[in-house]
Design a protein around this ligand. Structure first.
Ligand code: FER
Length: 249
């Protein structure tokens, strides 16, 4: 069964879908958040949803500010807005009467968000699953780059333009203030990192570094996997199924 709806986040409508495994009406729930320019129907997000449902866990996919069917314009999104949105989604999920344990999983920029909110909400989250987590974004923005685009980090431009998108300078201003290491240090629960070792968008080394910093982490390497696990969705899905089946048993 699937339910589609919106979650309010301080006046911004967040597009969300709840997917229940067959015959399951209550139990653990995993929030699943796509990445920068992403949305909830991307192949790797749908594959992750299916794998988590296979482990009999309810999935709540949610799109953050300026993404998919949610409110706000892409160019105006910042990581503060995404953090505010994710806190609203965690609060919503905690309030669902049929939910027992709560998990948080996100891909890429959604994986960075998962790390930040993991540290902020450690009491509420049974485990976190950062996939291809883009937690180098704050460092890159302090150094003056977003993807392949270079800028002066001390004199932030009004906007950043790529062939595919335009982003306000506020994205950079916000990202420069973030220190994901602090939130990594604050999360002592289980962390399950999944990363492809030929990822061109977020270096695999980001997950290797996170593996060392977290107190209780595992890293599943998707050999030959790129940023979105193209051609390797089965391995990514197996990793998620294995994790939830072990976590719940
Ligand atoms: C960047 C490098 C990678 C970046 C974002 C990403 C915004 C990836 C994001 C994603 O896929 O979610 O410099 O800056």
């Amino acid at each position: 069964m699937m339910k589609e709806f919106f979650i309010d986040s301080d006046g911004i409508s967040l597009h969300a879908k709840l997917d229940f495994p067959a015959g399951v009406e209550s139990g653990p729930l995993c929030i699943l958040i796509p990445g920068f320019t992403g949305h909830m129907e991307e192949d790797h997000i749908v594959a992750a949803r299916d794998a988590i449902n296979d482990a009999r866990v309810i999935v709540l996919r949610a799109e953050m500010y300026g993404h998919g069917g949610s409110g706000g314009k892409f160019r105006d999104h910042t990581l503060y807005k995404w953090v505010t949105n994710a806190l609203s989604v965690v609060k919503y999920a905690k309030g669902l009467p049929f939910v027992t344990d709560l998990y948080l999983c996100g891909h890429s920029q959604g994986g960075l968000l998962t790390m930040l909110v993991g540290g902020m909400c450690s009491d509420d989250l049974r485990a976190i699953i950062p996939m291809s987590p883009a937690w180098m974004i704050p460092d890159y923005c302090r150094e003056g780059r977003i993807h392949e685009i270079l800028f002066d980090p001390k004199h932030i431009p009004e906007k950043i333009q790529s062939d595919e998108w335009e982003l306000s300078g506020d994205y950079i201003r916000v990202a420069q203030t973030l220190h994901p290491e602090d939130e990594i240090a604050r999360y002592e629960g289980p962390v399950y990192l999944i990363h492809g070792d030929i990822d061109q968008a977020v270096p695999y080394a980001c997950s290797e570094k996170a593996l060392k910093l977290y107190k209780n982490a595992r890293l599943i390497t998707i050999h030959g996997g790129d940023h979105c696990f193209v051609g390797h969705l089965d391995e990514m899905s197996d990793a998620l199924r294995d994790f939830f089946r072990t976590s719940l048993s």
